[in-house]
Design a protein around this ligand. Sequence first.
Ligand code: ADP
Ligand code: MG
Length: 698
Amino acid sequence: MQSVKDYFGSLVFDDRVMKAMLSADVYASLRRTIDEEKKLAPGIADAVAAAMRDWAVAHGATHFTHWFQPLTGVTAEKHDSFISPSPDGGVIMEFSGKELIKGEPDASSFPSGGLRATFEARGYTAWDPTSYAFIKGKTLCIPTAFCSYAGHALDKKTPLLRSMEALNRQALRILHLFGNDAVKAVHTSVGPEQEYFLVDKALYDQRPDLRFTGRTLFGAKPPKGQEMDDHYFGVIKPRVAAFMEELNEELWKLGILAKTEHNEVAPAQHELAPIYTTTNAATDQNQLTMEIMQKVALRHGLVCLLHEKPFAGVNGSGKHNNWSIATDAGQNLLSPGDTPYENAQFLLFLCAVLKAVDDYQDLLRISVATAGNDHRLGANEAPPAVVSVFLGDELNAILDAIENEKPYEGVEKKQMKLGVHVLPRFNRDTTDRNRTSPFAFTGNKFEFRMLGSANSIACANIMLNSAVAESLKIYADRLEQAEDFETALHEMIQKTIRDHKRIIFNGNGYDESWIQEATEKRGLLNYRTTADCMPHLLDEKNAQMLISHGVFSEAELRSRCEIMLENYCKSIVIEGNTMVQMARGQILPAVERFTADVARNASAKKALNETLTCAYETGLVRRLSELTDTICVRIAALEKALQKAAGAEDIFAESAVIRDDVLCAMEELRAPCDDAEALTAKSYWPFPNYADLLFSVQ
Ligand code: ADP
Ligand code: MG
């Protein structure tokens, strides 16, 4: 058997391959482009393309594609073959630098939110050399950005790269102020922990709701849910283990460092975490991971559900975005240092994050807003929709000491050492854990936990990078002008703590009283739904910040806001329509059949012996008939709400109708259907129930 070491990254045109296949000059030039985000030198592309083609063809590839991430949320690809006719009637395999660098997919049916008129259908894709090309099936996939002809970003990668650039620019200014002149580049890294459910494919196929919407829209509570907590970190079932084994192999071949896997809290729920890497590559790899999870699951007769809330009453799935900033030399800027000076720099970056999260709570909430994730945020299993930061006792005590100009007494270590400089000295071991915080400091990184399992991590990181770049810019502007650097630094850190400490919360984020305190006492935002938060993307302060750092243009922001609201409305309209069909076409007829049989039984019994009361049958028939009456009325009410949404004058109005009318009507329809399920004999029920779905994979 091949060892992992032999096949790891075997399908990736990675550094090892580049070094082996490119001339020293070409390799050095490409490396500069990758590491320092320098423009690609002319002539280099042809050489790289030729090497890529030779490598890909040797690995059995026949096609290439520009692989990109349009705003639909999934990845897109259009395959072209390498073949080109040769004069002797045969073919040669061709791939030019031009084809590598730029593609022109007919992009008229990707969402553009009005950025690209259909007559100008062709967008273009541009090679992103900072993310390695890879082979999927028989196709060489080239990670690309996707833009309109006028240069507007139509994808998630372009603004992500711009936000990384913005953060790089501002962080370098700060590092230079601290005398770190050797640093050439700063980049952010992410390790996204991915949750998902696995259900049996044969059962999945029988549920229109799962097939059309990715979640169950009906389903009575099973006798056993997750109350025993016996699934979390439990023994992995053989079928799941076989799936995970193959998944790991596929991911490893693609150079994805899949590292940990375990069962999650809910039955049938699992998690996969890779080792962290540069944000840009992590984003591409997470998209690829989700795609491969779904593919591999099918090979095992399973379906991988990435929806945030596939089942009511059991935990939903999220994605934890572990985020840090590091220099090109590998110094983690969110890691407390050994010297007071390093610690001062660390504190400044920490403060930049605090300020960013407080100033742009709304953007962070927006970055994770989808119809699916709305079900999760604020439920008793996921962080609330209110954004706050957890720092842990030690850092808290340090910030408190700085704010109030009092000596810092280590929480555990009693010694207090004010360094030669004005800031207190402290140690690295800030290892507290708080699982309920939306944004937790975990020793040398921040873990942003509000992302939904199906979200691309691009959006969250775009907002995070940009907001932190803005804090750093404000700091750099001030410090570059300061007469006395250390005093100015101290004052600024102190001011940040005073101005932004409301965002720090170390308690239980699931507590009802916290939401009250957060919103009433601290004035933090609580946008419960996508419809509530999304319009704030266009707020003056948000737009101005994002535009000033070159992350989005105004037109791009407007288009994104519209597309996100459109996605929200469309997903829920599909759910509403699916409910109507299932209730009318499957649930009502099933309940009717069962009721009729019960009634017939009662008459038959009475015919045999007229003294029998048949109280059981009579009661059941009455109850079921009441339920079918209610279901019928509520189907009509949902249809009316859906019509109202369809008639709304614009996307903002439509999303409000969806939030206020459609979602409520859906809940109201579900309740009597679930009651009917609980009263109806299982053999009559038209699709598999929760117990079947959650407990059948062995
Ligand atoms: P948890 O306790 O949440 O499971 P882990 O320490 O296992 O935390 O890490 C979870 C994720 O964080 C992994 O993907 C890991 O690679 C990533 N991670 C660890 N260190 C960093 C870092 N410095 N920057 C970004 N991500 C990191
Ligand atoms: Mg975690």
